[in-house]
Unconditional design. Sequence first.
Length: 562
Amino acid sequence: MPILNRKRLWTTTVTLALALALGVAGPASAADVNNVKNAGFESGLTNWTCSASSGTTVSSPVHGGSAALKATPAGQDNAQCVQTVAVKPNATYTLSAWVQGGYAYLGATGTGTTDVSTWTPDTASWKQLTTTFTTGASTTSVTVYTHGWYGQAAYLADDVSVYGPDGGGGGDPTPTVPAAPAGLAVSGTSSSSVSLSWNAVSGATGYNVYRNGTKVTAVTGASATVAGLAASTSYSFQVTAVNSAGESVKSGAVTGTTTASQGNGGGALPKHAVTGYWQNFNNGATVQKLSAVQSQYDIIAVAFADATATPGAVTFNLDSAGLGGYTVDQFKADIKAKQAAGKKVVVSVGGQNGTVSVSDPTSAANFANSVYALMQTYGFDGVDIDLENGLNATYMSQALRSLSAKAGSGLVLTMAPQTIDMQSTSNAYFQTALNVKDILTVVNMQYYNSGSMLGCDGKVYSQGSVDFLTALACIQLEGGLSPSQVGLGLPASTSGAGSGYVSPSVVNNALDCLTKGTGCGSFKPSKTYPDLRGAMTWSTNWDAAAGNAWSNTVGPHVHGLS
């Protein structure tokens, strides 16, 4: 990963500081207009041009309206998106945009005087960038741009504006008070929260959510989760749409009822748990029946469920032939036997080749219904989300909450994101984990097949070291997950992954570093996390093929953590 040009960043920062010290122009006058076209990306990339095909539009997250720009830098490209904006000569303009995600820059060139720019490092929530410029005596257009930084995370931009005298280019119209949201519905419940969704409103930049007539939260997208509620209690909800022109009237009311009180999403799991993936296929590792899975594993993730022709829906097909004639009845009986021994068995969705798309309310409902049907058919305790080809945080969160409402307090919900998916809280996987934190059991990030990555201290760490495990776990621990929801995912042998295998003793050192502050490498966390959940491996089959070295070493160590 390229190192940022610190001199350039420092110079830009000093320039901004001087600009603030000298004073910038005040708010635009009432007669001023926004001269940017398609400022909120509601019409896709119309009027915008992005370098190296780096830009696209997304429906979530957005700052306002129903769309936002998402641009992804590459090693040799900074994902610059530009628009030529008509302006008047000898006039002052305020340039502004809302950004989220990785490093994000905003600027204008061709002003005829001094070109301007401003930037921000990674930001997990929407942040407004603002600067001003004055046009030259013959300037009739300027180029407005956003861009990220080479090789860094994708950035989002929305509601770009160049406020000032009308340049005659026909920018976006002055906003009017938006209409009341339609389609308000309860999309999921837990013992302490109600999730809501509604139809996006044209021209809205945000929404206010009311509970029993009192405003309780404000959001930018067309969904929200209201937390901190009492169990087994009904609440009335309404929503309004807002923009710079004002707030709409309230929507129609819906009633959401929280479920009965539930404990930890992991149910009766031990405080420190070991997760292992069981392969429903033969790829050269030891072929196992579920009954043969080593006793050190507390959570067994059955890999994998299969996508169906119905959007969002999944099914499970036991590979009886590949597993030596293992029958469905034997498989179901073995699940019950593992559960009788205090283990949890979940069905894993995804994997390297898994393509399950949950991208709208219908596919979210299909996902929840189909997973719940598998739980009823086979006796699974829950689901593992191992989607390595991307997910939609809004609708996957809705799906999981809907599943939780069906399954109740015993649901075991685990995730196995790749390292890149958990580098920032703005990433969809991380957002999903935080969205469902109150029903989430554990996130076992895959510390393999990734190459070098940034740690929570901003330094780059090489895969395969204790520092790589601890500095990346720190991102999750500082980013909002409970320590009891963080696990370390490693291959059971060199055959289990293309790269990233470490000796089981290194896994134990990382566990000690995070929970006790001992066994660390060059990175040492600022505090310890004694409630860290534990560790995961791919797979129980590769573990067996290597003589159970991983589970025999890491398992007792995890269970021995205080």
